[in-house]
Design a protein around this ligand. Structure first.
Ligand code: CP
Ligand code: NVA
Length: 341
């Protein structure tokens, strides 16, 4: 079995090895099977490993998917999730994150936090006595990264759970594929950059406009893993969206205006002209005929039109969103159970 001994937090997937990431995805796929069978009426005896345990959820930004998946997932395991929005707790009145982390962690069993700069989640982790889960910072969104990887497994294998890996990994590596990112240089692509090059012969082509470049620290890590790793992943950075989508199996994007960047909206809409994902641009760029579309949501029309977004043959965005639930549940098991074994 893959060891998680000594793992305390999930701040970025960069801190996790390939076998550890694959073990989390494997468990997410199993949980999906179980919860789906239950919804269909199967009578499964619930283990409630988190009975009596409380999750503190500090959010200084809005959320739909992260909040709902995190709360329902924790409750499924018998625990009590406690949502602490910034207007409801003293953070809104200026109490420092550090003091908040010390106090709240003295009363709960784990913390999950959505904050601004990545340093903020690091401050919470440094001052918390319980495990901390990053629920989005400006630099990384590891819970989304896991759901995206899970969705890629579902798309790439008929049944990933029964496909035996020759190398003894929890799941086989991803098959050869090209993934195009067309959009902003943000927390979502950063999370993919620190994972995908390590998960198989995946070619990740990243198109961002002039003046928008991924964090150099993330780029260096991705290039290092891609060139030095043995999974044969590759990464490239381009400015022309059509170059990125050429021969792609998957096209991914996200909003052009992330939370906290609202004042830059007008400039960004101009700078991202030509980056909207449409059937026409994918065709002109030479994407594979059966390319699939992914997006972490929430989505705006400027980055992808309705024809692509609502086409069930193209778009796997709602499957990707649902997978947020199973992946956060696997993270809970990792931090609350596996890491302690
Ligand atoms: N993808 C995602 O994190 O969505 P929310 O902002 O709704 O949580
Ligand atoms: N890049 C977006 C993701 C939202 C889930 C943001 O940070 O606002």
């Amino acid at each position: 079995a893959v060891s998680f001994k000594g793992v305390k937090n999930l701040l970025t997937l960069r801190d996790f090895s390939t076998p550890q990431i694959l073990q989390l995805i494997r468990r997410s796929l199993e949980l999906k099977q179980q919860l789906t069978a239950e919804r269909k009426g199967a009578n499964i005896e619930l283990a409630q490993p988190l009975a009596g345990k409380t999750l503190g959820m500090i959010f200084t930004k809005r959320s739909t998917r992260t909040r709902v998946s995190a709360e329902t997932g924790w409750a499924y395991f018998g625990g009590h999730p406690m949502f602490l929005g910034k207007e409801d707790i003293q953070i809104g009145g200026g109490e420092p994150l550090k003091d908040t982390a010390v106090v709240v962690s003295s009363m709960v069993d784990a913390l999950l936090a959505r904050v601004g700069a990545h340093e903020e989640i690091e401050i919470i982790a440094e001052n918390s006595t319980v495990p901390v889960i990053n629920a989005l910072t400006a630099k990384y969104h590891p819970l989304q990264g896991l759901a995206d990887v899970m969705t890629l497994y579902e798309t790439s294998f008929k049944d990933p759970l029964t496909t035996v890996d020759r190398f003894g990994l929890p799941l086989p590596l991803l098959p050869p594929m090209k993934i195009a990112w067309v959009g902003d240089a943000n927390n979502i692509i950063n999370s993919l950059l620190v994972t995908l090059p390590r998960l198989g012969p995946v070619h990740l082509s990243v198109a961002t406009p002039k003046g928008y470049n991924c964090d150099p620290d993330v780029v260096n890590f991705a290039i290092g893993e891609a060139t030095g790793g043995d999974q044969n992943g590759t990464v490239e950075f381009v400015k022309d969206p059509r170059a990125a989508v050429k021969d792609s199996d998957i096209i991914i994007t996200d909003t052009w205006v992330s939370m906290g960047q609202e004042s830059e909206k007008a400039k960004r809409l101009q700078d991202f002209a030509g980056y909207q994902i449409t059937e026409k641009m994918a065709k002109e760029g030479g994407a594979k005929p059966d390319w699939k579309f992914m997006h972490c949501l929430p989505r705006k029309q400027e980055e992808v039109d309705d024809e692509v977004f609502y086409n069930p043959k193209r778009s796997i965005v709602f499957q990707e969103a649902e997978n947020r639930k199973y992946t956060v549940m696997a993270v809970y098991e990792m931090l609350m159970l596996w890491a302690k074994q």
